[in-house]
Design a protein around this ligand. Sequence first.
Ligand SMILES: Cc1cc2nc3c(=O)[nH]c(=O)nc-3n(C[C@H](O)[C@H](O)[C@H](O)COP(=O)(O)O)c2cc1C
Length: 167
Amino acid sequence: MKKIGLFYGSTTGRTKKVAEMIQKEFDPKSLDLYNIKDVNPSDILKYENLIFGTSAWGIGDMQDDWETFIDDLAELDLSDKKIALFGLGDQIEYPESFADGLGTLYCRIQVKDNIVGFCSTEGYKYYYSAAEKDGQFIGLVIDQDKQPELTEERIKKWVTGIKKEFK
Ligand SMILES: Cc1cc2nc3c(=O)[nH]c(=O)nc-3n(C[C@H](O)[C@H](O)[C@H](O)COP(=O)(O)O)c2cc1C
């Protein structure tokens, strides 16, 4: 598999922790981890396989550092990349905007055909999520606030799937 760049934004450290858990599921040499606040757009172009992760902050908002970076991302040509997305949220406190940051990130990626790693919405309870499209989540959704006990299993299943899709 070609090298993977994983780029995350995290305010209280939960998305960072999940990013590190995802990293552990790959050969350590095959995945580089970046906090999006320290990234130049050219860092993203170094990789054929990309993973982007954000938490949700308010209706439709991504994590702050992604909000700052997103216009630069939209300028990049990602047409020959494989992209997998993950998002954190809290389905009990924010059931009407659950994991919305992930939905916004998806919206801002120009070439949707290259996005892999859609997931079932089974096992989550919420009224609305911008991360849901045609009955599926458009990436891995993690609720580290209310369902941390399910995180490891969710990550393992998702990573097994994206390994087959990545270049
Ligand atoms: C002020 C505030 C607003 C939030 N808004 C949402 C939201 O709209 N939807 C959601 O699913 N989670 C929301 N959350 C929950 C965070 O996304 C969740 O705690 C996440 O794990 C934080 O990850 P981070 O520390 O990596 O940024 C919110 C949390 C706070 C404190």
